[in-house]
Write a protein that binds this ligand. Structure first.
Ligand code: HEC
Ligand code: HEC
Ligand code: HEC
Ligand code: HEC
Length: 149
């Protein structure tokens, strides 16, 4: 066998050995058990729970607020847009508290005037619109047009 060929074969052998070592460490354990994918990923994908449970769930215990909200301009907003995900609260309402967003900035996320952005949502200039108070001192968040005194 010519010497060049022997060197070449040696280089191949080293390359293949390296490949097998690297492959051994990189391929996840459950790969190939059921096909060309990680079979454990099936189990992982079964596990995530829905964190946003939807207004129908809130209605079981807060039907008065659900009805009030449905009668006014915030009817299309999901409760959890403002109060955060309800999946833990619905099981333990006494111990797991929902977020109560009382700051002006919270309403501003949707209502702050932005000259560069056309919006179908009514916009107010937060720096001018009744700056002394929180929005919810005047607007009921569930029925914004029910103004408090
Ligand atoms: C636009 C944001 C927003 C949306 C949407 C919203 N809330 Fe609220 N919610 C608030 C704010 C702000 C307060 C605090 C009001 C206050 O202290 O005057 C509050 C207070 C509450 C409270 C506690 C005080 C009370 O009035 O009993 C409950 C319960 C509640 N919301 C449930 C809901 C439910 C159920 C929905 C969906 C039907 C909902 N909220 C949708 C902002 C919102
Ligand atoms: C199984 C009944 C139940 C369900 C379902 C439920 N809540 Fe409540 N929620 C309660 C009770 C009871 C309280 C009062 C807890 C307290 O005062 O200790 C409460 C209180 C609240 C409060 C006031 C802050 C707090 O956590 O005490 C908000 C806001 C709220 N709920 C929003 C929601 C939203 C939004 C949903 C739907 C994603 C929801 N709740 C689903 C029973 C429920
Ligand atoms: C997630 C987005 C969102 C948040 C947060 C939000 N709103 Fe709204 N709001 C809307 C939408 C959508 C409408 C319906 C479209 C409209 O009338 O501009 C609306 C309508 C209104 C209106 C009636 C406007 C009109 O011209 O009829 C008022 C007032 C209002 N919201 C006040 C508030 C206050 C106060 C807060 C904070 C407690 C708040 N909103 C938080 C989305 C939001
Ligand atoms: C002192 C009471 C008061 C406070 C605080 C207040 N508002 Fe108002 N808001 C009003 C009144 C009254 C109107 C109707 C007359 C007007 O447009 O000024 C109104 C109108 C609105 C409108 C409708 C504007 C339109 O063009 O249709 C929106 C949206 C609104 N407010 C959002 C907010 C937000 C967001 C906050 C907090 C950053 C807030 N308001 C704080 C009293 C208040």
């Amino acid at each position: 066998m010519p010497i060049q060929l022997r060197r070449l074969l040696l280089a191949f052998a080293i390359f293949i050995a390296l490949f097998l070592v690297v492959r051994y460490f990189l391929v996840p354990d459950s790969y190939g058990e059921l096909g060309a994918y990680r079979s454990l990923s099936l189990k992982e994908n079964e596990e995530p729970i829905a964190k946003f449970v939807g207004v129908e769930t809130c209605e079981m215990c807060h039907d008065t607020i659900v009805k009030a909200k449905a009668s006014d301009v915030h009817q299309k907003l999901q409760c959890e847009v403002c109060h955060g995900p309800g999946y833990l609260h619905m099981e333990n309402p006494e111990t797991v508290k929902m977020i109560i967003p009382t700051e002006r900035e919270h309403c501003g996320k949707c209502h702050e005037l932005n000259a560069a952005k056309k919006s179908k949502i009514a916009q107010v200039n937060l720096a001018e619109h009744n700056v002394e108070n929180k929005c919810i001192d005047c607007h009921n968040p569930h029925m914004p047009w029910e103004l408090k005194e």
